[in-house]
Design a binder for this molecule. Structure first.
Ligand code: HDL
Ligand code: ZN
Length: 456
């Protein structure tokens, strides 16, 4: 066992090793990996964040608040994140406060109830609660306040545009990828009104769930927008949906196309309903060919069962175990298309890794939504490293409120560093690991794989 002085080396000597690319001593491994993960800017490839031109809803942040504004940030939005609304009702019975009564309250009143219930009267142990604590701390605020007034004053002083830079700096995020849900009338009209301006910090993606999951209503909506579509995709309808998709890909300059799909999604489907058959026809005859022609990946986000509890709105969604065969068949039958895939159920993670071993056009990404919790991020990241080496995208934030970038990336960087350290440790003492190697691996995981796979 080396004596104390070998391992008890000052930071400067570790830095020397770091810079020189010399082999990293076992005792320095944890710090070297942590530093590499802290320092590596991340391309966040899936968020629900927007720049200020999409409108900011809160009076505090802009002289002319836009009630349906899509750029959300600040303590009242943080605390009323739908994850926390679901957790609130674990402690407040409907007899005391119904979902309907809650929705009638103002954002501030909702936030005050959640803060009191989850952060003052109880310990903020859940990942969504702890995230608010981490965010406040990283912003230099005391997370132990018993009310939200002090935080509100801080956020009221922020300029939305400058605050985006501050949050990206704190989170060390180089690029924020939006989810541009163009079937959402609120978002759709913003693009068509000319309000949207390019912002180099953000990339667009086209989110088109209704085209596959609910083609009847998608066809109605597209007809209203001037694309003549019938509910059953005949030749003319297919041409009109192609025109719609191409128009929106041109308008948004999206870097990929995205679909979230329910757990029962099958491909090919067995005896599908007319509705499902229509969606699959759009997938095969419109979406996949256009993605191929434009060189865009298709992101499949599989396993979300929407509105299991409708009265909870976004907080009422659930998950289900999905069919990996659908992913395997798509990758096999469309070898020239590229598929970014994330699955919502823990039970699908191992088979997704094995499928990625078979198909180079399959890129697993992120620990999505209900699996974005430390215990599962560690489990899934270690499993992915064991099966895929560094050939996957370990995380995205899925942030809905700008400030969440701070905690989602802080928490994930630490966990990814732990899994990586475990893997490097297994190679000792046989392998000599250098800081350059660690940095190259971390760069691939946090941005390189995304750049290579998305911007091929
Ligand atoms: O469909 C999705 O992209 C999900 O991420 C939903 O937006 C979900 O409500 C969410 O925010 N998960 O974190
Ligand atoms: Zn999302």
């Amino acid at each position: 066992m080396a004596d104390a002085k070998t391992y008890d080396r000052g930071r400067d000597m570790i830095e020397a090793d770091i810079g020189s690319g010399r082999t990293v001593a076992p005792g320095d491994l944890v710090q070297c990996v942590q530093q590499a993960c802290e320092r590596q800017p991340a391309w966040d490839i899936h968020t629900h964040l927007y720049p200020p031109c999409f409108g900011t809803p809160d009076l505090n942040f802009s002289a002319n608040p836009d009630p349906q504004g899509l750029m959300l940030f600040g303590i009242d939005e943080l605390v009323t994140y739908h994850y926390l609304i679901a957790e609130l009702f674990r402690f407040i019975p409907q007899s005391k406060l119904t979902h309907e009564q809650f929705w009638k309250l103002s954002r501030r009143e909702q936030a005050d109830i959640i803060w009191k219930t989850l952060f003052v009267e109880r310990t903020p142990l859940s990942e969504a609660c702890r995230g608010v604590v981490t965010t406040l701390e990283k912003l230099g605020l005391d997370p132990n306040e018993r009310s939200l007034g002090a935080y509100r004053n801080f956020f009221a002083e922020q300029d939305p545009d400058l605050y985006i830079d501050q949050v990206m700096r704190l989170a060390n995020v180089s690029t924020i990828t939006m989810t541009n849900a163009i079937f959402d009338p609120n978002e759709n009209r913003r693009w068509l009104s000319g309000d949207v301006r390019p912002d180099s910090r953000f990339k667009s993606t086209l989110r088109i769930d209704p085209l596959v999951n609910d083609f009847t209503s998608a066809a109605e909506q597209m007809t209203l927008w001037g694309y003549r579509c019938s509910p059953l995709p005949d030749g003319r309808t297919l041409d009109e949906v192609k025109r719609f998709l191409n128009d929106w890909l041109d308008r948004t300059q999206s870097v990929y196309v995205a679909l979230s799909l329910p757990p029962e999604f099958e491909f090919p489907a067995v005896n599908p309903s007319a509705e499902k058959a229509a969606g699959l026809q759009i997938l095969e005859k419109v979406i996949l060919p256009i993605c191929l022609h434009r060189g865009l990946p298709l992101a499949l986000m599989i396993g979300s069962r929407r509105r299991v509890v409708p009265s909870l709105r976004d907080a009422g969604d659930m998950l289900g175990r999905s069919h990996i065969e659908a992913v395997v068949n798509l990758c096999r039958l469309y070898p020239q298309n590229r598929f970014l895939v994330t699955m919502l159920s823990r039970e699908n993670q191992h088979e997704l890794c094995v499928a990625a071993r078979k198909f180079h056009n399959l890129m697993p990404f992120g620990c999505w939504w209900f699996i974005n919790i430390p215990s599962l991020i560690r489990e899934i990241t270690t499993m992915r490293l064991e099966l895929l080496g560094t050939s996957f995208i370990p995380q995205h934030s899925d942030a809905r409120i700008l400030d969440q970038l701070i905690y989602k990336w802080d928490h994930s960087r630490r966990l990814i560093a732990e899994s990586l350290t475990e893997m490097y440790g297994r190679l000792f003492p046989a392998c000599r690991i250098t800081r350059d190697q660690i940095e190259n691996d971390v760069r691939a995981l946090f941005s390189g794989n995304a750049e290579r796979f998305i911007q091929q």
